[in-house]
Design a protein around this ligand. Sequence first.
Ligand SMILES: Nc1nc2c(ncn2[C@@H]2O[C@H](COP(=O)(O)OP(=O)(O)OP(=O)(O)O)[C@@H](O)[C@H]2O)c(=O)[nH]1
Length: 355
Amino acid sequence: MKLPLGMVLPQDDPRQSLRVRRFLLAATVYALAVALMGLYVRQGLLAVPEWQFLSLVVLLVNVGLYVLLRSGRNEHFVDPSLTGLQMFMVCLLMGITMYLLDGGRGGLLLLFLVLLMFGVLRLNAPQFTALGGFALFCYALAVGAVWHQRPDAFNAQVELLHLVALSTLVPCGGFFASHVSQLRRLLRDRQIDLQRAREEVHDLRVLDPLTGISNRSAIIAFLDQERQRAERLGQPLAVIFIDLLHFKRINRDYSHAIGDEILREVARRLRGCVRDIDGLGRYGGEEFLVVLPDAADEEASRVAQKLRNCIENRRFAPLPATQRMRCVLGTSMLRSSDADIWQGIERARIDTESA
Ligand SMILES: Nc1nc2c(ncn2[C@@H]2O[C@H](COP(=O)(O)OP(=O)(O)OP(=O)(O)O)[C@@H](O)[C@H]2O)c(=O)[nH]1
């Protein structure tokens, strides 16, 4: 029977999924080690009860780790990848196994080294060196115990070579760990840069660079989307077209930079006068469009008056105190009989001419 992948791997969290994948890979190496121990049993280098004991310990350790990862409890640990814990278990299991074997430790040692190499993926150089030191200690302790209790199962020359090989591996692994952790850092920085670039591209696509409110295409898209929603829910939808008057003169008399500052301030004030659910966009040079979802005719007129007040009745700091900005506003209700949203916008624009 085939197990659905969703039952084995978390589907909604890519980081958890990666951790479980990495764990399953390590569990496969453990399974190989247990199978290899079966050969040791056949060769008379490991007693059957000891093999059963080792298999049970390996199984319990792996089930425990899997439950921790799959239940999400690993998130409460300082290192949610549980790498340190897993490496600690590898060292302990290696020590126990090496102690129980009556010979041929080199073969199984190789598989345990493969398991230790998983640490390279997460640990930095000092952490890996500490781990290597602990592995060395466990190995030395295990073979020391064999030498003390079963001297016939101890070959000093071979064990010395194993220890030397293991000691060589520690700095090599440390070097790889440092390299991989550098790559990880680089990758993380690149991801952050990429995310920022994506956000900038998104802003460039939808925001007006001068005022920071929606640009023309974004406010049109918003209106289109709101129109569909209004039709579906049977709600009214209003638009307000705003045109600043004599803007050419403002630019000419006070400079283009001050004209820009006025446009930014107008956008700020308009945003402050409408609800969060309302749309506000720069339609053209000195023209703005406000979209009012679920607003009837009277509500649109009331908001238009409020918008007019916030432009005309308050002073703009870069202009002399006596100089006021003037604007015309036109409102219109989107109708289901309109062929498209442009008809609604056009009605509001024409309304400004009659204002
Ligand atoms: N400073 C500044 N001016 C802009 C910007 N975009 C458009 N304008 C200016 O806005 C002015 C719009 O001119 P018109 O369409 O004749 O509008 P107006 O001078 O307000 O005339 P009326 O609307 O008829 O009162 C032009 O001078 C444009 O250069 C901008 O981003 N910054």
